[in-house]
Write a protein that binds this ligand. Structure first.
Ligand SMILES: *Cc1c(COP(=O)(O)O)cnc(C)c1O
Length: 230
């Protein structure tokens, strides 16, 4: 248990270091604790330290794990692929969906909502990574945004990506730089929408992500320890 606290502090320090290296203010970078596969005890331990933002990648796991009435201030986001048949559950369970990966899903979510829901659009930045979901080209992303921008409840907050897993520095940084550039293009094209959040960087690559402009890193194993499954 003590481990979680010291790892958390080490990551906060390392965020400061990477930010300093990039000439950025550490306050611009939010830490999301990715708690998938870990028990609620570890989550509440970290919450007691002051960590408010948590990410889960499966609807069912989050539903079973978190209490119906979460502690005040705890912010729970979905970061994994969402199937249509779980969309209804997801909008009642999560405070935000950071992994909207198709127009179809956005339409489905909008049709279920009667209150605002913050979202990030997931963009594929890694080449040759066919397993991952997400918008694949700027055209595809922008034509979805044309429609999403007219929705009353879905509130765009930015973009999210998963870097190329196990790749070296150059390839990884290129992927993150591409998300940054895509957000810049989106800001010009949709000046009335908010693209301030860039969710990129995980345990293995968050230093590079911060140097490339990440505003939200998603950390699982470096905080909670290794997982048995992904
Ligand atoms: C699991 C997961 C993470 C965290 O991964 P770690 O390498 O354990 O830090 C981040 N983002 C997404 C979408 C994930 O599924």
């Amino acid at each position: 248990m003590h481990d979680v606290h010291s790892r958390w502090q080490a990551i906060l320090e390392s965020i400061s270091l990477s930010a300093g290296k990039a000439g950025r203010n550490a306050g611009e970078i939010e830490l999301m604790a990715v708690s998938k596969t870990h028990p609620y005890e570890a989550i509440s331990e970290l919450f007691a330290c002051g960590q408010l933002l948590f990410g889960e990648n499966r609807v069912q796991e989050a539903e079973q794990k978190f209490p119906v009435d979460r502690p005040r201030g705890m912010d729970l986001h979905l970061i994994g692929h969402l199937q249509s048949n779980k969309a209804k559950k997801a909008v009642s369970l999560f405070d935000a969906i950071d992994s909207v990966d198709s127009l179809k899903l956005a339409q489905k979510l909008e049709s279920l909502l009667d209150k605002p829901l913050p979202i990030l659009l997931e963009y594929k930045t890694a080449v040759n990574d066919s397993a991952k979901s997400g918008f694949e080209t700027p055209d595809e992303l922008f034509s979805a945004l044309e429609q999403i921008s007219s929705f009353r409840h879905l509130t765009v907050k930015g973009l999210m990506t998963i870097g190329p897993l196990g790749a070296g520095e150059k390839e990884t940084r290129n992927a993150f730089a591409l998300l940054c550039k895509t957000a810049q293009m989106a800001r010009l094209r949709f000046p009335h929408l908010d693209f301030s959040t860039l969710s990129m960087g995980m345990s293995q690559d968050y230093g590079w992500a911060i140097e490339e402009g990440s505003t939200r890193i998603r950390i699982g194993s470096a905080l909670f320890g290794a997982r048995e499954y992904v």
